[in-house]
Design a protein around this ligand. Structure first.
Ligand code: PEP
Ligand code: MG
Length: 754
């Protein structure tokens, strides 16, 4: 087949005229088939569109029998057309009938055609149809012809997705992987059940205007966008010197490599020369990459393709002026946010009233985005590999964050079952609400103080709603994390005062800034660290840069005028550190007193027990403090030398192991001896079975996410503490990995809801 000599530019120009016309989609497709056949000197040109059930229906043809239109159908994976759709790849054959996948459809009369060139019609990386040209003579189509047909297929994708066919393709959910229902599992980050529709945190950008009016103008647009992209990448790299790990560095370097990738740039420039707009060219080149990405089994290469996809999306955003994340756009009701991962501040950008749940491919339970999700009371699941590629904006989805299940495009049957589950869940929540004013006392009369963890103003209503005794951990750094610069003293004072007022006399334990490690402030730059969790963080920063710490203490002292102020310090590794921090507080107190400020009627200072070394200094530390609080998240991470946010290590060691429980027992013992109030505020406390174990060890005060108060209280009310203690103590000397099974059995035998 010799090209007609008209070339892709002329073809695109003609296609533009067809697109601008007023006709219905069917007529447009017929015209386009005719145009392509003429332009490519092909005897046949056919358009197949993916319909419900994964069927590819012959929608328009030039050359095949007209009566076959809407009648001939192939299943995805069946015949040459089905293979192209399934594999999202091109087929160029000089003898079509000899191909093993060839399937003869008698109604089309295609037996007389030997050569065959077919390409997938792709939109945002998903196959929505197949475009084919055929010739009688046996020949191999040239690379230019392949290219021309792929470009035409992209324009066709636009016609299909924007016309009356849009409904059809949307209903089928575009390609096969995107039609089917899927059930995935992950780890629960924040409990709850939600039904809604997918909103991609980083929306895929689809270029709308594909055919250029003026090629030189589009060349300028593309070059400008590439320059801007490179600037963005350089800024990104310059900005992140804070907390760059080796791995992080590698990612940034890959991003930079793509931004300067010559092959990528060349292909986009060539695409513009064929008559596409700049965004059309980006999309054209990217479609191939995305399709390959979905078939790529090697996780490393897949990740790299993701990086390139991310770059292409950035370019498209620059060219089409679209927003970066869904948080900045108009959020539909019942939104379920899907992302690879996100920071806590990004989650806070979303409109809470429309946000139903969050699903993340990566995040682990002790990550800070998980902590914020719990603070917001938004159900969340993490560790769901492959989710982002599987869903599209608008897909119906069910999030069961009571047992970590996600149902993508659920069947009616599953939806009904969930409607029932939601009712049951609501009933259980109502039962917990009834317990709200009931004190948490075990059956043998032990009062357990149940508190909530908080960190933002949105948390405050939870204090009253949950019926908690107080705020056991107020993570002050969260307020700092959502701001663009350090809050001034006045701003901090107002914030703390609001919290104390909202607490209406119930105790609030403020933790001094716990920044560093995975809690970065975008405006606080420090040096790169090999081991940030064990690096310059929390109290270490406070003692080395006391100005920041003193300002916070001054704000807290000022805010608590006339009230009891409780402050604890994170990551206390030795007694000396506590004493130095206490001294700084005393200085601030004296400073305010000298200026006649109203002071707290009492100041209680405490230490977090989360660095193992301090466990062996408790006899020295406890006489100096007013209270202590076990930070089990960090304590476990350091006891097991196991990164709390590492996806591979998640679940490797159990909090209910004899080792961990023995350490906690030892701390409880010391606190009892020295008569010092003890609390535990790590994530363990919010899990009824783990909370039960803690009570068995003698912990009398725990602090957790607000949604956990109901289930934990319900466990406490059914528990006989003395019996449990007798049961648990001998288990501590066992050599086992965990005693979870024994505790579950204990709960079952004694009808304790866990
Ligand atoms: C902990 O380490 O257990 C804790 C409560 O603090 P954070 O999770 O903020 O480190
Ligand atoms: Mg901690």
């Amino acid at each position: 087949m010799a090209t007609s000599g008209l070339g892709p530019r002329v073809l695109l120009k003609r296609l533009r005229e067809v697109m601008a016309g007023p006709e219905a989609t069917q007529i447009r497709l017929d015209k386009i088939a005719k145009l392509i056949a003429a332009n490519m000197v092909a005897e046949v040109c056919s358009v197949y569109v993916l319909r419900e059930g994964g069927w590819l229906e012959l929608y328009a043809t030039e050359g095949l029998r007209a009566e076959a239109v809407h009648l001939s159908k192939l299943k995805t994976g069946e015949g040459l057309v089905g293979t192209i759709a399934k594999e999202a790849t091109l087929l160029n054959l000089s003898a079509a009938r000899e191909h093993p996948a060839f399937k003869y459809l008698p109604e089309t009369g295609e037996e007389i055609y030997n050569s065959f060139l077919g390409v997938p019609i792709l939109r945002a990386g998903h196959t929505i149809g197949v475009l084919v040209v055929q010739n009688r003579t046996s020949r191999h189509y040239s690379e230019e012809e392949e290219e021309a047909l792929q470009t035409t297929a992209m324009v066709l994708a636009e016609v299909i997705a924007s016309g009356e066919l849009a409904e059809v393709t949307r209903d089928v959910g575009v390609d096969v992987a995107h039609v089917k229902s899927h059930q995935l599992t992950g780890d629960v980050l924040a409990e709850g059940i939600a039904l809604g529709h997918v909103v991609l945190h980083e929306p895929r950008v689809v270029a709308g205007n594909l055919i250029a009016e003026s090629i030189p103008d589009e060349q300028v647009r593309l070059e400008e966008a590439i320059d801007q992209l490179r600037e963005q990448v350089e800024t990104l790299i310059a900005r992140t010197e804070f907390g760059r790990s080796g791995e992080h560095d590698e990612v940034l370097e890959t991003i930079r490599m793509f931004a300067y990738d010559r092959g990528w740039m060349r292909r986009m420039r060539e695409a513009v020369e064929t008559g596409l707009t700049a965004e059309g060219a980006v999309e054209r080149v990217q479609s191939d990459v995305r399709a390959r990405m979905q078939r790529q089994a090697d996780p490393y290469l897949r990740e790299r393709m993701h990086d390139l996809d991310d770059m292409a999306n950035r370019l498209l955003r620059l060219l089409t002026d679209q927003t970066e994340t869904a948080a900045h756009g108009d959020l539909p009701r019942d939104s379920i946010i899907v992302a690879h991962n996100m920071g806590p501040a990004e989650l806070l950008d979303y409109d809470r009233s429309k946000l139903r749940a969050v699903l993340l491919e990566e995040a682990a339970g002790t990550s800070h985005v998980a902590i914020v999700a719990r603070a917001l009371g938004v159900p969340a699941i993490g560790q769901i590999p492959g989710l982002v590629d599987l869903v599209d904006t608008g897909d119906p989805i069910i999030v069961d964050a009571s047992n970590g299940e996600v149902h993508v495009r659920p069947s009616a049957h599953i939806e009904d079952a969930y409607a029932e589950k939601v009712r049951l869940y609501a009933r259980r929540q109502a039962k917990y609400a009834k317990l709200r004013d009931k004190p948490a006392v075990t059956r043998d009369g032990e009062k357990i103080s149940l508190n909530i963890n908080a960190g933002l103003l949105v948390d405050l209503p939870h204090l009253a709603d949950s019926g908690a005794d107080g705020i056991g951990l107020y993570r002050t750094e969260l307020q700092f994390m959502v701001l663009q610069s350090f809050p001034r003293q006045g701003e901090q004072t107002r914030h703390y005062r609001t919290i104390l007022e909202a607490a209406k006399g119930r105790p609030v334990v403020f933790r001094s800034l716990d920044i560093g490690s995975d809690k970065m402030l975008p405006y606080f730059h420090t040096q790169r660290e090999e081991n940030p969790a064990m690096g310059w963080r929390a109290l270490r920063i406070a003692l080395d840069r006391p100005a920041l710490f003193r300002l916070q203490m001054r704000a807290l002292l000022d805010a608590a005028g006339g009230k009891v102020l409780r402050v604890m310090f994170p990551m206390v590794a030795e007694v000396e550190e506590f004493l130095r921090a206490r001294q700084l507080v005393e200085k601030e107190r004296a400073f305010l007193a000298a200026r006649g400020h109203g002071l707290p009627k009492q100041i209680k200072l405490g230490a977090m027990i989360e660095v193992p070394s301090i466990v062996w200094q408790l006899d020295q530390l406890l006489p100096m403090v007013d209270f202590v609080s076990i930070g089990s998240n960090d304590l476990l991470q350091f006891l097991y030398a196991s990164d709390r946010g590492h996806p591979r290590l998640f679940g490797r060691y159990d909090a209910l192991s004899p080792a961990v429980l023995s350490v906690i027992r030892q701390i409880v013992d010391k606190a009892e001896t020295h008569d010092v109030a003890l609390n535990l505020c790590g994530e363990m406390a919010g899990n009824p079975i783990e909370a039960m174990a803690l009570i068995g060890l003698g912990v009398k005060s725990i602090s957790m996410a607000p949604a956990a108060v109901g289930p934990v209280k319900s466990m406490v009310l059914a528990l006989n503490k003395a019996m449990l203690s007798e049961f648990i103590m001998p288990l501590l000397s066992r050599p086992d990995h965990s005693i979870r099974g024994d505790l579950e059995q204990f709960a079952k035998t004694n009808a304790i809801p866990i």
